[in-house]
Design a protein around this ligand. Structure first.
Ligand code: SF4
Length: 466
């Protein structure tokens, strides 16, 4: 039976007025502070001191991320750091660079530290031919020790997949895959420059299941050009029929000032209104809950027995750069252009441009472009933002104990600043804490923003929350 915590959050009518009121640009809070705070002026020696500090305890687990940026063609909605090319030799050259970066990084880390999570993102990880995946796998396993239950995942583009790719990532240890689908409607696919017949997605899932991948996830996007509530309902029906273990249903992030290819959607006036976007989200939530999925956060859904859903109920959910995760407490080490690394007290981001990344690696330098050192206040607010995003509320007594202060007194200004959200029924505030209401789930980013000490300087760079 579906838990009462998974009730469908909102009727659309009251939400519409609130979306008009609160639909302002805001971060997705995959980290706190968010990436725009990272600075190229950072003291690199201090960053490396943080890495040493992070390495002091050999039991602290590791989470590894590999950014594989190549794509053969650009999807016009894309917000990722990509390199568009059909030059296959790029794959081998890039794997050479990743191996060099691994060899530069590994001596900084205690080889006994267990890797509990590894993710290949992109770009298109399957741009790498299977032989290059094997070569990279060999280097990773030579330098790192994996825990027996490590979660090893790869992002799959069904248009660029062969059974040999599925087998190569499985040999490496992959047990989870997420498939980019976005929308199954042919007109929408043409409008976004991503032609992907449903048969390709169906075949990819069959290959992954046959190869023994334990979990298959599908990514959808609402708010794309030419989408309607009806067309997206059909996309949902077709995807639900594929029986994925998890789904992510993201709001399209329209940021043409950062991603110029997105301007075409404005020129053609094909984007759905905010009202239609909200109706699509409502339809997705209704359909997925009716199909037996648990809603986790605003945009993730999983089978109730899935560890993500279980962690949500048990209050052990966390958030990292890939979204929601069950693996808390691991330090993140990123490899490849634009990848981000995170220890308890720091962030580091590699060069976003491929030539600069190549130059640094070939010079034998860690390719750090920018970074950030967290203050005590940042760490406290990170805990608060994570609780809002993952636990949908703040428990004052628990936070007071965890942070070593009187929470309600220390954050009285922020808590008093929630008056409008309380009045609009998005938050319930009591003596002992605050709870995000089912209606408030839509606006969880808005609630978190009230505790973000950095926002005033940077808000314009983000997409709208719905
Ligand atoms: S395949 Fe993915 S990363 Fe590549 S352009 Fe399309 S959306 Fe972006």
């Amino acid at each position: 039976m579906v838990s009462p915590r998974y009730t469908v959050p909102t009727a659309i009518e009251p939400a519409l007025e609130l979306v008009r009121k609160y639909n302002i640009p805001g971060p997705r809070y995959t980290s706190y502070p968010t990436a725009p705070q990272f600075s190229a002026e950072i003291d690199r020696t201090a960053l490396l001191t943080e890495v040493k500090r992070d390495n002091a305890d050999a039991s602290t687990p590791l989470s590894l991320y590999f950014h594989l940026p190549f794509c053969e063609s650009l999807c016009w909605y894309c917000g990722c750091n990509t390199v568009i090319t059909r030059r296959l030799a790029s794959a081998g050259e890039y794997v050479d660079l990743l191996i060099k970066e691994l060899e530069l990084t590994a001596p900084l880390l205690d080889p006994r530290r267990p890797v509990t999570q590894l993710h290949f993102g992109g770009g298109t990880p399957t741009f790498l031919p299977p032989a290059e995946i094997d070569r990279l796998a060999h280097a990773i396993h030579r330098l790192f020790t994996f825990s027996a239950d490590a979660e090893i995942s790869v992002e799959i583009d069904p248009r660029r997949l062969t059974q040999e790719h599925v087998a190569a990532f499985r040999r490496l240890g992959c047990n989870r895959a997420s498939l980019g689908v976005q929308d199954t409607n042919p007109q929408v696919q043409v409008a976004i420059h991503r032609w992907q017949p449903l048969e390709l997605t169906t075949q990819a899932i069959a290959w992954l299941r046959a190869a023994g991948y334990q979990s298959v996830s599908v990514d959808l996007i609402y708010g794309l050009p030419l989408q309607t509530t009806e067309s997206f309902a059909q996309t949902l029906d077709e995807v639900i029929a594929l029986n994925p273990d998890r789904l992510a249903v993201f709001s399209y992030a329209h940021v043409p000032w950062i991603k110029p290819a997105q301007k075409i959607f404005d020129d053609r006036q094909q984007l759905p209104t905010t009202e239609v976007k909200l109706a699509m989200l409502n339809t997705a939530t209704q359909k997925l809950v009716a199909a037996g999925y648990a809603q986790i956060g605003m945009d993730h859904f999983a089978r109730p027995e899935d560890e993500l859903a279980v962690a949500f109920v048990e209050g052990t959910l966390h958030r990292n750069f890939q979204g929601y995760t069950t693996r808390a407490g691991a330090s993140l080490y990123g490899f490849g252009m634009s990848s981000i690394s995170q220890t308890d007290g720091s962030f580091r981001q590699n060069y976003k441009d491929l030539p600069e990344y190549i130059d640094a690696i070939n010079a034998g330098r860690l390719p750090i472009e920018r970074g950030y050192l967290l203050s005590e206040d940042d760490r406290r607010r990170r805990t608060i933002v994570t609780d809002i995003m993952c636990a949908r509320g703040l428990d004052f007594a628990r936070l007071s104990q965890q942070l070593g202060l009187d929470f309600a007194a220390t954050y009285a200004t922020e808590l008093n600043g929630l008056d409008d959200l309380v009045a609009d029924g998005l938050v319930v505030r009591s003596e002992s804490g605050i709870d995000v209401t089912p209606l408030g789930r839509l606006f969880v980013r808005i609630i978190a923003m009230r505790f973000d000490a950095h926002l005033a300087k940077q808000r314009s760079g983000f997409s709208k929350v719905v």
